[in-house]
Ligand binder design. Structure first.
Ligand code: EPU
Length: 336
């Protein structure tokens, strides 16, 4: 067990925040993980791909970097395949692997940063597909008892950017692997969300393969979302808020162009990106940090900004949205 002291986490979080971990250990086997847990560290901090967190201070804990690797097909039947993926695999590399095997279902989730093991925690989603649509189960280890448990889809209680691992079981389990069910033939292509269809048409594609859908998603994401390897960011900083239909009607009378998605007979979701753009924050820079100029939901570190800078900016944005629309924006990233 190679526990290092005072390690910078800059390369382990996509915002590129230069904070230190008091102690750091990377594990690449289940046995290694259990060995670390058996030392009963007083403070433990679980690190996956670091793509959904804003680090505002040094971490006075043992940072446990989950680096478990491996992808295997566990069963095939009736045009379906079940694939088990270890938690430390990169999400996008896993999606690319699926596409290379012509396994369908995750192509709309191409290019999402982060690792497979943390993806279920917030039920990642994009372009009309959520992780839960292809999720079968995950294996997780209980940090206290060190027992492995299989969580079925129902037990995960998935919601919009949400799961039981964010609430009732927060901090209790470490996900070690995830099983997905994918199609091997007759893929169900989903291109009716956002700009996918027009992107395909632009390239003269009418009957797209899953690989072509992935290419279209990558191309759209590249025009709107900054690559964290180049510009520090954590994707959508806020969730799209849900409001009542009656409140929406009032807002619509003031802001006739307000976009919305119907959630139920009584609730609608409005895009946080639009709300933020309307407050005037889109594209604003404050020295070395700011709001992305192509997608107002994304806050960026141009280099050398602190977590406090980004946190303060997010609070300013929340206040502006509250003042103009009387809507509370909830952050999607974990602030630490
Ligand atoms: N919009 C604006 N201004 C902006 C951004 C968006 O007016 O600066 C408007 C758009 O014109 C559109 C609507 O808002 O009418 C929705 O925009 P978009 O399709 O870009 O999606 P989003 O709701 O802003 C969500 C996810 C993204 C995901 C996209 C595509 C959340 C919080 N975000 O963004 O997820 O990629 O849909 O499916 O649900 C992430 O979670 O990190 C992420 C990037």
């Amino acid at each position: 067990m190679d526990i290092k002291k005072n390690i910078s986490l800059q390369s382990f979080n996509t915002f590129g925040m230069n904070v230190n971990a008091q102690e750091f250990v990377s594990i690449d086997s289940l046995k290694g993980l259990i060995d670390v847990l058996n030392t009963n560290p007083s403070h433990l901090f679980i690190l996956g791909g670091g793509s959904n967190m804003l680090l505002t201070k040094d971490i006075d804990a043992l940072v446990l970097h989950i680096n478990l690797k491996g992808i295997s097909v566990i069963s095939t039947s009736n045009e379906r395949v079940k694939v088990q993926v270890s938690a430390g695999e990169s999400w996008h590399e896993f999606v690319s692997w699926c596409l290379s095997k012509d396994f369908g279902g995750l192509e709309n989730l191409s290019l999402i940063p982060g690792n497979v093991g943390t993806a279920p925690i917030q039920n990642i989603g994009a372009y009309g597909v959520e992780l839960k649509d292809r999720f079968v189960s995950c294996e997780a280890i209980n940090i206290q008892t060190k027992e492995l448990k299989i969580f079925s889809k129902d037990e995960c209680e998935f919601g919009y950017r949400n799961s039981i691992f964010k609430h009732a079981l927060k901090g209790e389990y470490i996900i070690t692997s995830v099983v997905f069910e994918l199609s091997t033939e007759n893929h169900s292509i989903k291109i009716n969300y956002g700009a996918i269809e027009s992107e395909l048409q632009k390239n003269g594609i009418n009957n797209p393969s899953i690989q072509e859908v992935s290419k279209a998603v990558i191309s759209i994401r590249n025009t709107k979302l900054p690559d964290p390897k180049i510009l520090g960011n954590s994707g959508s900083f806020f969730k799209n808020p849900m409001i009542s239909y009656s409140k929406f009607e009032v807002l619509k009378s003031q802001f006739p162009l307000i976009p919305h998605y119907k959630v139920s007979e009584v609730d609608v979701k409005v895009p946080a990106g639009w709300l933020i753009e309307t407050t005037g924050f889109k594209g604003k820079t404050f020295g070395n940090y700011g709001v992305h100029n192509k997608q107002a939901l994304v806050l960026v570190n141009y280099g050398g900004a602190s977590g406090e800078n980004i946190l303060n900016l997010s609070i300013q944005i929340q206040k502006a949205v509250k003042l103009i629309f009387d809507i509370d924006l909830e952050s999607e990233v974990n602030i630490l």
